[in-house]
Each structure stands twice: as structure tokens, then as C-alpha cells.
Design a protein around this ligand. Sequence first.
Ligand SMILES: Cc1ncc(COP(=O)(O)O)c(C=O)c1O
Length: 333
Amino acid sequence: MVFNNILETIGKTPLIRLNNVVMHIPATVYAKVEAFNPGLSAKDRIALHMIERAERLGKLKPGGTVVDATSGNTGFSLAMISAIRGYRCVLTVTSKISEDKLNNLKAMGAEVVLCPQEAKPDDPNSYYRKAEQLAKDIPGAFYVNQNFNLDNGEAHYLSTGPEIWEQTQGKVTCLIGAASTGGTLCGSGRYLREQNPDLKIIGVDAFGSVLKKYHETGIYDEKELYPYRMEGTGKNIIPGNMDFELIDKFVKVTDKDSALRARELARSEGMMVGYSSGAALQGLEQIQDELTENDVVVLLFSDHGSKYATKFFSDKWMIEQGFMEEQKTEVLK
Ligand SMILES: Cc1ncc(COP(=O)(O)O)c(C=O)c1O
């Protein structure tokens, strides 16, 4: 098969059965492996959909500038599309971003503005406010705003959801995924729930994020917020793409458990996937008692592990975080 450009290869990612890591779980478990997208993450889908919608509405014109606040993956996808369509791409990221992700954004030609991780969302130095300001200051700029732009969730409603339905032949009973903007879980979840009203939708949240508490109480509790290491899981704002009513429940997973699960996926399933994929697997672990052998679970594996080579795939990093004991290296004879 021949494609006219790399954007035509976005989507239609495989659904792959997990075997060794879920042997103790009664259900059948599949992973929707979004690392098969050309930008190595699910964010290719939303970036393309949001840009094409903006083009159609005249919000983004030839020679214009694409601006967003991104933890890295959406930025990479926006930069990839901008490179092909001739847009300037300006991205604000937090200082938590891995060096690998930062280098990848620059490799794609994006201009990157680093903002302090500890800045509160309404602080002018936060990566949200900075992006908003840049979009106002740069003539011809389009502020993508992935948190509140509903074309984010719609991209998954139109593609990821139908793909999962078709790939499971309508048998999916439970969808589990890390939630940040909510676009992936709620967009694909909304489509799947329309097909199967009994579908369970489980959001995976991080310790240090407000989502779970907000879901349970309707309260945005600042006391829930503190820095954590995982990327792509949890949020310090209530994003417009998060449909809390759709989600049955949130589970919180730790940085350590998620890192260990992601490492296990590489060693036991041959899948080198990212931090939030480890989080999704840990989420499954924590709700396994609610499943039976009749369940067909789909885990959202959002990105590729190569983006974390200097983070949880580095033994040195794991030891520094206290996630792993130092291991003696044996010299083989
Ligand atoms: C690696 C990774 N996993 C999961 C997510 C969560 O997806 P969503 O923003 O659609 O909730 C993100 C988004 O930031 C991500 O980058």
C-alpha cells in the first residue's frame, strides 16, 4: 500500500491481546496500541482532526501558526502536521517533560517554550496561560486548546471508538484508559456506550491530580494537587473534554506501580509502551475483582515507550526515584 503523505497513516491501529501480564485476570484483555500511529501516539488523531476543522472554519489559514499547551504528544503530532502543511508550530510545555520528548518536538521543527511545572493553572507563567497569550500575540495564530476544544473528543468518537467496536466484533464490555484531557477515553467511550449501554468505562487518574475527587464529589480540590512523575495521566484543571457522567469510576494509580507495569509489558509482552499504558494496566489490576471470564476488556495504550528511554526505561532513573533497588551487574563468563 502506498500513501500520499505520513498523515494518511494515522489511525487504524491494531488491537492486540495481552497474555502473560494478565494470566491471573479472568477476563479477555486487549490493548489498543496507539504507538502504531506515525507520531507514536493517539494524539495524531486529535491533532489532525482539530487542525482540519480549524482549516475548514477559516480559523487557521495558509502560513498561520499553530499554538498549544501540551505534555509532549499532542505537540509532536501538531508539529508533524504543521511540517507537512507549512504552519509555524509554537508549543508550551511544563518543565516535567522528558528530555526525549523535548528533543523530539524540536526535531519536528516546533518552537518550544518551557514553563514551570509548579505554576498554578491561572498563573500567567503556567503553560496554559502562556499558550493563550502567545496565540493572542502572534498574528494568524490558532490556539488549538486540546483541553477544551471538543474536536479532540470527537476525533476519538469518529475513529478510535468505531475501530474498537469493529475489532472486538461488538464484544467489548469494559474500557480502561488513563485520562488527562479526557478526549481519548470519553470520545471512544461515548461511541462504544452508544453501541453497548452496559459498557463499563474506567478512568485512570494519578495521585496528585484532581479528576477522581471531582468525579466523586463535584469539588475541585486544590489539596489534591501535588507534583508527580507520570505524564499523560491526571490533570490540574477540569478539562472540557472530560465527560464525567460517562465514566463509571476513576481509580488512582501510583507513579511507581505504573512504571513497573510498563516495564513488565516490554519484558512479558514485547510491547514497549509509555507511562500511561503502564497506568492503564495498573488500573485493570486494581479493578480485577469486578471482572468475570465473560468480560472483554480494552486498555488504551496511548503512546510508545521510546519516549521514556531516559525515564522509567532507565534503571538509573528508576533507582533515583526509589522505584527499584540497585542491582549488581553480573559479568558473564
Ligand atoms: C501518553 C498519554 N497517555 C494518555 C493521555 C491521556 O489522553 P487524553 O488527553 O485524551 O485524556 C495523554 C494525553 O495527554 C498522553 O499524552
